[in-house]
Design a protein around this ligand. Structure first.
Ligand code: PMP
Length: 428
């Protein structure tokens, strides 16, 4: 599948953002929205097309963040729009927990087929990443009749009450929010011995329902599972009858150049959760698990809008695009992007440790003494924005690039040029 047509060579910043129209919207939001909502940069989006985003003042930005790894097929992909429009004219809601409709059954069939590992799978729909994690915790507890869950430092699994107990990327997400769901234990990411120590000293394996892991920590800083880590978790889990849950909310659906990131390490989890890019931004999450594990009875879990028909229609179109070529494209384009970021890091000392799989690319920002510098990283995010490039941070001092999977080499080159220009203004 070819990427979308290249029609622009560069971002175009006509009015220093935020311009007057953007400032009015931002002022209104600031007056009436919850202050807990944090914005990465003062973008007020007007429309999007492929990897390009326009703000209300007519500025054109190159989007290397995709609404945090969501817009896989690019903004307003015609096939996705057509699928949603066709569904809009039929019905908007039916209550997927109570009645049936074809787009939901079709999507469940597609995801069950795509689920990792052998055997027949079943699918549960949710509305978000965090809800998929909640559902995974409940299913693991139900199936094993055990209470405890092991997660990892640096993990981000969501912000609702259950998933927040697992999230350990920043203590400020948890500040004044406790007490948390009981029986959650954390081990160092990448260190299976840390899990073994928990099982030896802190929580008996007979009490552990699940180990929950992001194969690539997203919010935690684009940290990749070291080789052997996931395989070691798999064998610990198998040995003790613990379920291995992969949170692929950020890393899944083709982003890393494979359908699921776990495939890079040849490990199949028992339960996989996905969301973000699944329905091109229409809220939808899913949990995929083997038939033998999805043993909970009717009524034991569900949600009013989960599996919304518009979201399912969009997701079917997205999956067709992802399977129809975007996975392979992400692998190829990701190499080009990573090579480019490596080349920048070779010339600019403030960029260290470029890393990536497919279109999940990260690089750390350091100060003049070589220490990780969140201040400088945050300043760069704003400078990129002023120059017409959308990219956000992750972890302590990492810049992350997670563009729409349709990004072309031409557009990657445009992004690298903007970054280089911004760095040209710094000494490093
Ligand atoms: N898991 C991971 C790995 C994520 O990256 C995120 C979102 N950043 C979530 C869960 C939570 O997803 P949502 O924001 O849709 O609740």
């Amino acid at each position: 599948m070819a990427a979308v047509d290249v029609r622009y060579d560069e971002p175009e910043v006509r009015v220093t953002p935020p311009g007057p129209l953007a400032r009015a919207v931002i002022a209104k939001s600031a007056a009436v929205m919850s202050p807990s909502c944090h914005s990465e940069f003062p973008l007020v989006m007007e429309r999007g097309e492929g990897v390009w985003v326009w703000d209300v003042d007519g500025n054109r930005f190159l989007d290397l963040f995709a609404g945090i790894a969501v817009s896989a097929a690019g903004h307003n992909h015609p096939a996705v729009i057509a699928a949603v429009q066709a569904q809009v004219e039929k019905f908007l809601h039916a209550g997927g927990a109570d009645v049936h409709y074809a787009v939901m059954a079709d999507l469940a069939e597609a995801l069950a087929r795509l689920g990792p590992g052998k055997g027949r799978k079943r699918v549960l729909f949710t509305n978000s990443g965090t809800e998929s994690v909640e559902a995974a915790i409940k299913l693991a507890r139900y199936h094993t009749a055990r209470p405890a869950v092991i997660a990892f430092y640096g993990a981000f699994h969501g912000r609702t009450a259950g998933s927040l107990a697992l999230t350990a990327s920043r203590s400020r997400y948890r500040r004044h929010m406790g007490p948390f769901m009981a029986e959650v234990y954390h081990a160092p990411f990448g260190d299976p011995d840390g899990v073994q120590r928990l099982l030896d000293h802190v929580v008996h394996p007979d009490d552990v329902a699940a180990i929950v892991v992001e194969p690539i920590q997203g919010e935690g800083g684009y940290r990749f599972s070291p080789d052997g880590f996931l395989a070691a978790l798999r064998s610990i889990a198998d040995h003790h009858g613990i379920l291995l849950i992969a949170d692929e909310v950020q890393s899944g659906l083709g982003r890393t150049g494979r359908m699921w990131a776990v495939e890079h390490w040849g490990v199949a989890p028992d339960i996989l959760v996905t969301s973000k890019g699944l329905a091109a931004g229409i809220p939808l999450g899913a949990l995929i698990a083997p038939e033998e594990i999805m043993t909970w009875p009717p009524g034991s879990h569900g949600s009013t809008a989960a599996g919304n028909p518009l979201a399912c229609a969009a997701a079917l179109a997205v999956l067709e695009l992802v399977e129809g070529g975007l996975v392979d494209h992400a692998a190829r384009a990701g190499k080009v992007l990573l090579d480019g970021v490596r080349e920048l890091a070779a010339r600019h000392r403030m960029l260290q440790n470029p890393r990536g799989l497919g279109l999940m690319v990260g690089v750390d920002v350091v100060d003049d003494e070589g220490r990780a510098s969140p201040t400088r990283r945050n300043a760069l995010v704003q400078e990129f924005f002023q120059a017409g490039l959308l990219a956000i941070g992750a972890g302590n001092a990492t810049l992350r690039f997670s563009p729409p999977l349709v990004i072309s080499e031409h557009e990657i080159a445009a992004g690298l040029r903007v970054i280089d220009r911004v760095f040209g203004r710094h000494k490093g």
